[in-house]
Design a protein around this ligand. Structure first.
Ligand SMILES: [Zn+2]
Length: 116
């Protein structure tokens, strides 16, 4: 599988603040920028040193799973027969597993392998 190394393109929110000692003025504001950490890109997607991981939609579909941002989405995916995975890491969904799977199967999720 071909590997390419490039800065991570994952968008992250960061708070930038400034303060002027003479006037006492200052403020903080949020900016969205690319992560920029070292990342490895393959045919499957990419993973970076800061822990971001992304798998392409085609691969997710073929393997029967998709990203879930919250419990509601995880539950919707689960009911549709699609395995929900953590939106940031691509690993086991770490939201309210009991809400999604019930207590009996929540423990079994810990045995799942991450996509990389
Ligand atoms: Zn990243």
């Amino acid at each position: 599988m071909a590997r390419t190394y490039a800065p991570c393109g994952w968008l992250v929110e960061r708070t930038v603040s400034w303060y002027d000692e003479e006037t006492g003025d200052g403020e903080g504001y949020d900016v969205v920028e690319e992560c920029g950490a070292a990342a490895v890109y393959t045919d499957r997607g990419f993973t970076c040193d800061a822990g971001h991981s992304h798998v392409t939609a085609e691969v997710r579909w073929n393997e029967g799973w998709d990203y879930a941002e919250d419990d509601g989405e995880a539950l919707r995916l689960s009911r549709a027969g699609t395995e929900p995975r953590d939106f940031v890491t691509g690993g086991t969904y770490r939201g309210s597993l009991e809400a999604v799977y019930g207590t009996a199967t929540a423990a079994a999720l810990d045995t799942l392998d991450p996509p990389f």
